[in-house]
Design a protein. Structure first.
Length: 256
């Protein structure tokens, strides 16, 4: 009898565990914390990965990259011109690549019938992904935006998002890698299990990169507790940021 009770308990436990792990691979809603370590767009030199490969710059792209003076990574210097220090919007790629870091590791996905909304805790920014079948706008007919224009579709259980018309003033990461207004971005999201989301991005920008440039695999873990807490409302306020930059002598060029 005792053995039977133990077997029943074990069966109930396993069944309950299995039920907890069930998930809809097309439901990406929730708060997601980045767990992958690389804070650059890809596994470039200085990213902390063993096997690294430099970005495939065009001559113009190399010139643009050399003009950027980051405060992080292998090119870190005492004089910087990071747009972050001027309270410029970070831009979509940098949001997804770099600024989801401690203590603000989270972005939130909200799924609506015809749109997906993505909220970034740091700098309190957001973007929309249209899922209603519309085509992307011709970049020549719209003004470039910090987060571009995005449309999405499902390929089996992978969410594929294509975006165009980005403002060329943002960087793709805190290492200072540039892009132009001709950049096209594709994001591919896959929910691997109940707690894990995977993202791979590819930049196509013939002005800056000689061929499409893909990111490393970025992984996020579902943070169920975050949904219970107040939003931190983290903004970049020039009246606070500029005196702080001067106080710490960051070396960042903060004038527009």
């Amino acid at each position: 009898m005792r053995l039977l009770a133990l077997l029943i308990f074990a069966g109930v436990f396993v069944a309950g565990l299995g039920a907890q792990q069930k998930f809809d691979p097309r439901d990406l809603s929730g708060h997601w914390d980045r767990t992958s370590p690389v804070v650059s767009f890809s596994s470039v030199p200085g990213s902390g990965r063993g096997a690294t490969l430099e970005a495939p710059f065009t001559p113009e792209g190399k010139k643009m990259n050399d003009a950027n003076k980051p405060g992080y990574g292998p090119r870190r210097g005492t004089t910087r011109n990071d747009p972050l220090g001027r309270c410029d919007p970070l831009g979509l790629v940098r949001h997804l690549t770099t600024e989801i870091v401690e203590p603000h590791t989270t972005f939130e996905i909200v799924q609506l019938p015809n749109r997906i909304l993505q909220f970034f805790e740091y700098r309190h920014d957001w973007r929309e992904i249209w899922m209603d079948g519309r085509a992307l706008p011709d970049p020549a007919t719209v003004d470039p935006k910090w987060n571009g224009f995005s449309v999405g579709r499902w390929e089996n259980n992978t969410l594929v998002v294509d975006s165009v018309a980005f403002d060329g003033r943002s960087w793709v990461d805190k290492f200072g890698y540039p892009h132009s207004e001709e950049m096209r971005l594709q994001e591919r999201y896959r929910r691997l299990d109940a707690d894990t989301l995977e993202l791979v991005m590819t930049i196509t920008d013939p002005v800056v990169y000689a061929k499409p440039w893909s990111s490393d695999v970025k992984r996020m873990k579902l943070n169920r507790e975050k949904a219970k807490r107040w939003d931190e409302q983290i903004y970049c306020v020039p009246s606070e940021e500029f005196p702080f930059q001067r106080l710490i002598q960051s070396g960042n060029v903060i004038e527009p």
